[in-house]
Design a protein around this ligand. Structure first.
Ligand SMILES: [Zn+2]
Length: 306
């Protein structure tokens, strides 16, 4: 198994087998060593005053100070014997006005600082953000339209309509991302909205009723009209912006003739290994440095196979 990609390590034992035990969760939320990981409108609370940014955790003693009508604790798990809970404070317009949140850090988009974050903080914050976002967008039952309420430590939402009682679980949207090569070259595409010199490997969402390999082949055909073979899985990366799981693949092209068919890409072309390693052009360094894209390109360019 490959080592985890960034955002894939949280340092947590999620204790999933205990989440349905509400009495146990109640005890944990009264444990004075427990901590809260606050989220505000897709942002996480980050301490910026030290040399390196890090996650700010509040003591559970502050729970009453920051709770609102709709807030609820989401049990994330145990880290170093300490119960960790997330809480979404999006209902507050100015969270830094709360005494508990004054001068302890800034609500920050973790994508902007992930390179400097400790790996396990990156994973923990991404997990918190993703599950908080899911609660925000699943307040009503998709089956009957009645309100839903959080259950199982925030890992399920239950429909309040007694005739329905549908259970809704946090969703993860699977996306495939693939490095397509032909001998000593790989193909990179540029989206319409990107700057002229930004290129990346191809990616797309898995559709219902589709295998991962099927999605890889379909996306490549759809975007650049090239049939591929020898599709090999590499590793995965949680990318909770808002709820993706990126599944990385290598594949080989059966033709080098590019035909841009859909309107997602403005350009696509072949890049040699030499070009990818060219420091001045730095193509291999342009993708977000903690992303699986960067890892796939680096492994291919340095000749390390899957
Ligand atoms: Zn319902």
């Amino acid at each position: 198994m490959k080592s985890p990609n960034f955002f894939g390590e949280t340092g947590l034992n999620r204790m999933a087998e205990r989440r349905t035990d509400s009495a146990w969760l109640e005890t944990l939320s009264n444990d004075e060593t427990a901590v809260i990981v606050p989220i505000w409108r897709t942002r996480n609370l980050i301490a910026q005053n030290s040399e390196n940014p890090s996650a700010v955790h509040l003591s559970i003693a502050h729970l009453e100070d920051i709770s609102g009508k709709d807030t609820h604790l989401i049990f994330l798990g145990y880290r170093d014997e300490v119960p960790h809970f997330a809480i979404d404070l999006s209902h507050i317009d100015e969270p830094h006005d709360l005494p508990a949140l004054k001068e302890v850090g800034e609500f920050t988009d973790i994508r902007d600082i992930s390179l400097a974050l400790p790996r396990e903080d990156g994973g923990l914050l991404a997990y918190s953000r993703a599950i908080a976002q899911w609660h925000k967008t699943h307040k009503f039952c998709g089956r009957c339209g009645h309100p839903t309420i959080p259950k199982d430590g925030g890992h399920m939402r239950l429909c309040t309509n007694l005739a329905c009682r549908t259970q809704h679980f946090p969703r993860t949207d699977m996306a495939v991302i693939m490095l397509v090569s032909s001998g000593d070259k790989i193909i990179l595409g540029r989206k319409k909205e990107w700057p002229e010199d930004r290129f990346s490997i191809l990616a797309g969402f898995v559709e219902p009723g589709e295998t991962l390999e099927g999605a890889v082949a379909r996306e490549v055909m759809e975007e650049i009209g090239i049939p591929i073979t020898n599709i090999r899985y590499h590793s995965s990366q949680p990318w909770p912006f808002p709820s993706n799981l990126m599944l990385g693949f290598f594949a080989e092209a059966e033709s080098e003739t590019i035909s841009i068919a859909d309107d997602e890409l403005a350009d696509a072309r072949w890049f040699t290994r030499e070009e990818m390693l060219d420091e001045a052009k730095a193509y291999a360094k342009k993708p977000h440095s903690v992303s699986i894209t960067r890892r796939l390109i680096a492994e291919w360019a340095l000749g390390i196979g899957p």
